[in-house]
Design a protein around this ligand. Structure first.
Ligand SMILES: [Zn+2]
Ligand SMILES: [Zn+2]
Length: 386
């Protein structure tokens, strides 16, 4: 079996005791509405948003940065990233988020001029070209932290599993992808990416190899559904929750890079805790629980239901590294306002992962009449036998 890799080397989140969950959106365009309107509409739903134009659009870079700076002044409580939707040399699109800093604009500019498939004269198109972009960002991290999130991995020009392995293995920079793409008003139900929806799909394969990708869900805002478009405002329908060491753009990047994330459609749940426990030791989403051979591990998902949750499903490879299964739980224990869904793995024999999802049925999206199933999905907890 492939050697385990963890983003941090330790599988522990240093801010687990005093971190804060922030909700937001990592992928939105502003061309049709302006950044100030985008920020105004997102503010009731989000702690953070990212403005991510394509580099070949005339509204990118200088114009975007000026608009982001103005919107930050007008909406000081909203964290706003100056980002890029990268024409990635492999796969399709990827989001580049850079920390809010003095050099954010200079770094983004150098990045897209050199590494963007749409723009760069060298027409980068190999995994090595993509990795060179990641290495550039890693090389300037002493000035400005950043992260890369793979966008809509199955749509447009899809990413292969090998692309995703290569991007992950290039360092600790690219460790997330969109588990649910944006522009959600056009299609029924929830647009969960097939590689996340399918049990034993690419996401489970990557996790089984110890590649701890985290999930996001985004608006990919272009124009609002009430104004003839296909998108919702950032956070209005899809929210990514990120467990951050502090309330800042830098804090959001740290949480995304720790894969300490889950996403929710239509606000079907509020706060969520997803943990694996063995005796006194506990690991949260984004962490690794280390146990002895033969140990018993209790996996628990606690959430506050804002709509009735029909069931929670745990997806795991607890019995064999390449045999993926779903454990369904309809029954819950109520602890105050919290609902607990859980299952136990006894006699642990090998390393495994567990991730979770839940569904509320027959719900309507904002501005739409037809009912459908709405989901939430978590990133994973890894369990390692020592
Ligand atoms: Zn895209
Ligand atoms: Zn986009």
């Amino acid at each position: 079996m492939a050697k385990r890799k963890t983003h941090s080397g330790t599988g522990r989140i240093p801010w687990r005791r005093d971190g804060v969950w922030l909700a937001g959106d990592t992928h939105a365009h502003y061309r049709n509405v302006g950044v100030e309107r985008l920020a105004a509409e997102a503010s009731p739903f989000c702690d953070f948003i990212a403005v991510t134009s394509h580099s070949h659009r005339p509204n990118f870079w200088r114009a975007q940065h000026a608009a982001v700076v103005a919107a930050r002044k007008a909406y000081p409580n909203l964290l706003i990233f100056h980002g890029l939707e990268w024409g990635c040399p492999v796969g399709g699109h990827a989001t580049v988020l850079v920390e809010r800093s003095r050099s954010e604009n200079a770094i983004l500019s150098e990045f897209w001029r050199t590494y963007d498939g749409w723009y760069a004269r060298s027409k980068p198109n190999t995994i090595q070209d993509a990795i060179a972009g990641l290495k550039f960002l890693a090389g300037v991290s002493h000035r400005t932290e950043s992260t890369v999130i793979l966008n809509h991995p199955s749509y447009g020009r899809p990413y292969t599993v090998d692309d995703m392995r290569g991007m992950y293995d290039a360092g600790a920079l690219c460790v997330s992808f969109e588990g649910a793409c944006g522009k959600q008003s056009g299609t029924p139900g929830s647009e969960i990416d097939p590689i996340v929806r399918k049990v034993g799909g690419a996401y489970d394969v990557l996790l089984s190899e110890g590649r701890r990708y985290g999930l996001t869900a985004v608006s990919d805002f272009h124009s609002h559904v009430s104004e003839g478009g296909k998108s919702y405002w950032p956070g209005e329908f899809a929210k990514t929750y990120v467990f951050c060491p502090e309330r800042s753009c830098r804090g959001v990047l740290a949480g995304v890079k720790a894969a300490a994330t889950y996403f929710v459609h239509n606000d079907i749940i509020g706060p969520l805790r997803f943990t694996a426990r063995c005796g006194e030791r506990e690991a949260m989403v984004g962490e690794t629980l280390r146990v002895r051979q033969g140990a018993e591990v209790e996996v628990a998902l606690d959430c506050i239901e804002r709509s009735p949750i029909d069931r929670v499903e745990f997806i795991t490879n607890d019995r064999s590294p390449s045999a993926f299964r779903v454990v369904r739980r309809k029954r819950r224990w109520r602890i105050g306002r919290w609902s607990r869904f859980s299952f136990t793995v006894s006699n642990v024999g090998q390393d495994f992962f567990v991730r979770a999802r839940g569904v509320a049925r027959g719900m309507r999206k904002p501005c739409r009449d037809e009912p459908g199933d709405m989901w939430f999905y978590t990133s994973a907890v890894l369990i390692q036998v020592t």
